[in-house]
Design a binder for this molecule. Sequence first.
Ligand code: CMP
Length: 143
Amino acid sequence: MEKTFLMVKPDGVQRNLIGEITSRFEKKGFKLVGAKLMIISDELAKNHYGEHKDRPFFGELVDFITSAPVFAMVWEGEGVIKIARDMMGSTNPQEAATGTIRGDFGMTVGKNVIHGSDSPESAEREINLFFDEKEVLSYSKND
Ligand code: CMP
């Protein structure tokens, strides 16, 4: 079954949005198969955001994501990678539609509450970066 990596960023954790955000994915019918509250190391942040290393905002991005706890998650379900991105909304909260997570709660392009994998390749890479194999559970659940 398809899996994706989602992470409530430091601004979302500080603003008590973990419950609100996880609730949206639960209600949509996706299955939570891994989760942890963690402080990201500098090394992990640079690796995770490696594709942005030449961008002018890279330093700011790494400083922010390592500044306070994040809530890292693995969600499972049919089409979850794209559907979760749709539920998150555009990267810039000022452009994100009302009803999406970033549209409803995001403040700025940096403080945009949530990160989600943008492709099957990123999902696999990011899940493996943040979670050990044994931390991603396999279990059945009634629909
Ligand atoms: P995310 O989906 O986590 O992936 C990369 C992040 O870079 C993105 O969300 C934004 O939060 C951040 N980002 C993109 N553009 C900018 C920018 N101009 N300034 C600061 N952060 C940015």
